[in-house]
Design a protein around this ligand. Sequence first.
Ligand SMILES: Cc1cc2nc3c(=O)[nH]c(=O)nc-3n(C[C@H](O)[C@H](O)[C@H](O)COP(=O)(O)O)c2cc1C
Length: 193
Amino acid sequence: MAHVLYIKANSRDNSATYTVSDAFVESYKEANPEDTVEVLDLYEAGVDFIRGDVMSGEGDTSVYMQHAQKFASVDKYLIAAPMWNFSFPAIFKAYIDYVVMHGVTFEFTSTGAVGLLADKGKKALLISASGGNYATPEMAPLDFRLPYLKAVFGFMGITEVDAVYVYGTMQSASKDSAVETALTDAKEKASNW
Ligand SMILES: Cc1cc2nc3c(=O)[nH]c(=O)nc-3n(C[C@H](O)[C@H](O)[C@H](O)COP(=O)(O)O)c2cc1C
């Protein structure tokens, strides 16, 4: 029985990202009725920029610690975050700053940094819409979403990181078909994730 953390990082309700991620969750629950899915809406949770010097433990770090411990305790991460300015909404980066926590998700050793979430079968899936189409060779280098996610999750020891994209929501001719394609992709992934 796996516990999924469904991390939502969009300020919009009318969201192509959420259309696909909610459909993914529905299909996932059908395929895995024993598993549990916990929603973490970063806006509702009041995730904010880190204040104080967390490196020296100055200030109240208990909120960051709670998020980091929750993050460390789950099996799977479903991240629903649109593309904003070639990567993610800032609130998602703020959340990452909470959970990349020394002693909880990584630690420093004599040989360097070690991810504490490695070898536990944890995995992540990103679902993300973008206004443009980043699948082409010209546009792909501008897409920092998956490279960033792989780097930071890899730092914590989670190396299985995949993505479902909704490309071209601002290109009216392709929006509906982009959502349809992503829905098919998401539902397929949900049955064996
Ligand atoms: C602040 C902001 C920044 C954006 N930056 C980009 C961008 O860099 N590239 C892009 O293709 N679309 C960009 N967009 C468009 C969104 O990616 C697009 O509207 C997408 O559908 C948003 O996902 P959603 O429908 O789930 O809200 C941006 C939108 C906003 C609001």
